[in-house]
Design a protein around this ligand. Structure first.
Ligand code: GZL
Length: 315
């Protein structure tokens, strides 16, 4: 090979190496489309994703959709326009994602779903989902309810956001398990949209309709359960005794309510997904094979454990 050609090869290799070195130092740019700030759990998840980005030197573009899917879609389109390296999406509902995720796929940007799932025909539209097993959470709540009632009693159900996988699957897990115990009946189910305010309003209506016939409240998250406790007190009943409450999430507020005797049990749902989200995204960018569903392990906590556990809780 001529000296001139060798010279060109060496120059090319130098820029290739410099480029890699520069690329290795360039911070990862990640877009995060968050649902909103509807609950203590959601706030804890946001804090986890933001703080992990700071610790890892990741350039995070954060968007709060205020519970609206159209805002999430706009945010994702903006992330594509900015040429981010990866997208984290906490999908407010399960459906309606194909068009925008096809735009992301064309741009060859990996998408990781956080804390809720989506329903799409083409599962290549996202790398994986990192969520709890909501059916397990619902089943666990039902097992506790049946045991607490001795197989006989009435339940009201405060459902989460309509169309959200966390709500549909917590309901499915709960109701499927209750079919084994016909003596435990669900008097009525209604959405409180995962918020304390609406949870209280719905519980006020249930109390007007059923009063002391209600034995247990099953709330799909702590915030609606805490709202129900307010309504129960204002109606002159003793929460935790006259009417028992089981919720899902296991935020510190729920533990405080159990210590106070107002709440009876809670099924944990881990919101601290930030570090795992970035670890998984980096693997995806490096071309590693990722399992489609990375399940978070959850467990039940009851009132009598609350005082000894509350000090170790991280959210
Ligand atoms: C669960 C998450 C739910 C929480 C609620 O992964 O999607 O949404 O249980 C939150 O507190 O609003």
């Amino acid at each position: 090979m001529s000296k001139k050609l060798w010279g060109l090869v060496i120059v090319a290799l130098f820029y290739a190496f410099a480029g890699c070195a520069f690329a290795a130092d360039k911070p990862l740019v990640v877009g995060f489309s968050q649902i909103g700030a509807e609950s203590g759990w959601r706030t804890a998840e946001t804090e986890s994703v933001i703080s992990a980005a700071k610790e890892l030197g990741i350039d995070l573009k954060f968007s709060d959709a205020q519970q609206k899917q159209e805002n999430q879609i706009k945010a994702i389109r903006s992330f594509v326009a900015q040429g981010v390296d990866g997208i984290l999406l906490a999908p407010v509902v399960e459906t309606g994602w194909e068009p925008i995720l096809n735009e992301v796929k064309k741009a060859k940007i990996p998408v990781i779903l956080l804390d809720r799932g989506i329903t799409v025909d083409d599962e290549s539209l996202y790398v994986c989902k990192i969520t709890s097993d909501f059916v397990f959470e619902g089943k666990t709540a039902a097992e506790w309810t049946v045991k607490e009632l001795g197989g006989q009693g009435n339940v009201v159900q405060l459902q989460g956001t309509p169309g959200a996988s966390a709500a549909t699957e917590r309901q499915k897990g709960f109701e499927d398990e209750l079919t084994k115990t016909p003596g435990v009946k669900i008097l009525e189910s209604q959405t409180g949209d995962f918020t304390m305010e609406l949870g209280k309003q719905v519980m006020e209506a249930f109390l007007k309709k059923y009063g002391k016939d209600i034995n247990v409240v099953y709330a799909h998250n702590d915030d609606m359960g805490l709202g129900a406790i307010q309504a129960i007190k204002e109606a002159g009943f003793k929460p935790g005794e006259d009417i028992k409450i089981i919720t899902v999430d296991a935020t510190k507020a729920a533990f405080e309510a159990m210590v106070a005797g107002d709440m009876n049990a809670v099924v944990e749902c881990n919101p601290l997904l930030g570090p795992l989200a970035y670890e998984t995204l980096k693997k995806a960018i490096a071309g590693e094979t990722i399992e489609k569903w990375i399940v978070q392990k959850d467990e039940l906590f009851t009132k009598d454990q609350a005082a000894s556990v509350i000090g170790s809780r991280k959210y």
